[in-house]
Design a protein around this ligand. Structure first.
Ligand code: HEC
Length: 118
């Protein structure tokens, strides 16, 4: 009954091959999607990774998250200037607020996030 000849194996392999290929395709797609997702960072996660160290408690005079008094004069100069200052660094604030791989646009989004409730 069990006649597992080389030919039988070949025909079995032929039959399961398409399934195997679909599996590999799905697996590759998932890996691609995972990579894309890991590249998407929202403003809050950037803030919580980099900026929070100084901007939660106001280290060296850093304007504190969501604090109207700390932010009023800075907001008055406009977002463009704030963005430039973060990109270049400002006094005790290091360049890019230490998020070295942040894009200019991401930094702007984080600034907006820090002042969203004012
Ligand atoms: C090592 C501490 C430190 C880190 C980390 C840091 N900051 Fe700052 N930040 C400061 C200090 C200090 C100031 C005030 C600088 C001054 O006016 O002398 C400041 C000022 C700012 C300002 C106001 C700039 C202006 O034009 O008045 C913005 C906006 C800002 N930070 C955004 C960020 C963002 C976004 C991050 C994270 C990506 C970040 N900071 C990370 C210390 C830090």
């Amino acid at each position: 009954m069990l006649s597992n000849t080389a030919k039988d194996y070949e025909s079995i392999i032929d039959r399961i091959k398409p399934v195997g290929n679909v599996y590999i395709e799905v697996k590759n797609k998932l890996a691609e999607q995972k990579e894309v997702v890991s590249k998407i960072r929202d403003a809050s996660s950037i803030y919580n990774t980099f900026c929070i160290a100084c901007h939660a408690s106001g280290v060296s005079g850093a304007p504190r998250f969501g604090n109207v008094n700390d932010w009023a004069s800075r907001i008055a100069q406009g977002k463009q200037i704030m963005q430039d200052n973060v990109i270049k660094g400002l006094n005790a604030m290091p360049e890019k607020g230490l998020c070295m791989d942040c894009s200019d646009d991401e930094l702007l989004q984080v600034i907006e996030y820090m002042i969203k409730d004012l």
